[in-house]
Design a protein around this ligand. Sequence first.
Ligand code: G6P
Length: 607
Amino acid sequence: MCGIVGYIGTRHAAPLLMQGLRRLEYRGYDSAGIATLENGSLFCERSVGHIDALKEKIGDQRPEGTIGLAHTRWATHGGVSEKNAHPHRACNDSLVIVHNGIIENYRELRAELQATHTFTSDTDSEVLAHLIEVEYQGDLRHAVARALKKVRGTYGVVVMHASEPERLIAARMGSPLVIGMGKGEYFVASDATPLLPYTKDVTYLDDGEIAELRRGEVRIYDLLEQSVQKNIHHIEWDDEQAQKQGYSHFMLKEIFEQPIVFRDAVRGRKIPEEGTAYLGGLNMSEPQMRAVSRVLFVACGTAYHAGMIGKYAFERLARIPCEVEVASEFRYRDCVLDENTLVFAISQSGETADTLAAVREARRKGAIVRGIVNVVGSTIARETDGGTYIHAGPELAVASTKAFTNMVAVILLYALQFGRLKHMSLAAGQEFLQAHFDISTKMEEVLQQNDEVARIAQRYVHYRDFLFLGRGINYPVALEGSLKLKEISYIHSEAYPAGEMKHGVNALLGPELPVLAVMTKNQLYEKMRSNVEEVRARGSKVILIATEGDTDARAIADDVIFVPQTIEALEPLLNTIPLQLFAYHVATLLGRDVDRPRNLAKSVTVE
Ligand code: G6P
């Protein structure tokens, strides 16, 4: 995820900004840039790749000035290139901005501005620089406030103008910014990490606020330019804690980020009036899409489970035959592929050796190959002929959580887009999007039960085996819950489609084997309920994931975690979260190294 750092004070800004960028590296990035201001002239340098590459580019030019801003970019709109790196300048080279977030109406704004402004990048962010330039009449704060009124989307933005060396302007809508209060100097950054060596006194900007940072003071305004009073918080965190934003582990932070990154994954990709989605990176015309006769997901680990959900969703929504296969099997199988087979390679890292080999094999055999990838510019992203970034931001915990949800989010939009080109009616598409609309709020509701899940985990931590059950689209959810538990707690667990129990696994049931079952209200509810009753009858303890308002659930379970109701296709986005939390709490209670479990790697680049 992009990082921002800005400084105004009495010290030489450039070294502070470069140090700030290094402290933001943990967020992941693909390019970086810096701008400082001295004697009315702007210094600006950008580079693709590491901060060292930027340092090399700056070389022995000595960026002067005691005011400046800098940025690490994680590409969203526009590829990874120097021209797309921040800071972005407007036409007359006096104004410079760094921006996090997505300007949703940038296409319209760009089209309006294009006649009179020259654009030098493919980004949505540059549009904002030109908009502010249009509004600029000698007062940068007014210009920023006016420009932001025209913008739809999210931003954390910091702006500097060559004629105003005495102030930096920062504004926030949906993309965090924090201001560090030093002595006679101020910092602004996308999180507190870069500020901590200099100050632990901070003010958090809220949505719709604009900050004016001067050497002697900081003032904060709302979008109507009325002054706002803010509290100063004292941060007690050390560096690692700051990167974890106060969470005890990266995994917990990433679980809690799911509502936010889900919004990032779907933003700008839905067309409610047409009841469909549009994932431009697919690079296929509508006739080509209609000609797809078979979809194949290849992936490993958690990404494979996302693919399994994709199979249920694609067959249900798009009515296209669909298969999913573990990449390490696919690559050595004589799989029959043709030019109407669409292969999706799903991967958080974009570097998993087996998935990459599967991509190469599928391309060799003439299939259409696309990526569903998190890390921008990764090998799988480059070697597929298109696809979609899932925008989960950097995922640092080895056990994948938020990347899984965002893989599912993107696959569901693909299923909708294909469905609407084939059998699905406008009404059905709109109904799907209607349910989709408040999923992130419902995810937040699920997360509010974290303490309850922790209490439940406490009651089960001493068991040595677990069984996870699900049916239909919740079977892969059970598999994913089981995988999470195995990965980070080192407890043995299995996941089964509940209807298959009587063919073997029933023999294991009894007081020593607790069962986690996903029994939400969908078309298989009654079937699942019978399976749960069978489990209970054989003496196993039962923890249920059930739909809010299901009054029967408590009667047939020892513990219940309730989730809000949604349509069946979207259930995995909610139902997975309590299982992630359960695994997390069991593992922490056992004192495991949750973020770095033994014998596992985040990115498996060897076979
Ligand atoms: C490793 C990770 C898993 C991940 C799998 C696939 O095993 O520990 O969390 O699901 O690789 O990784 P990918 O980056 O391709 O999604």
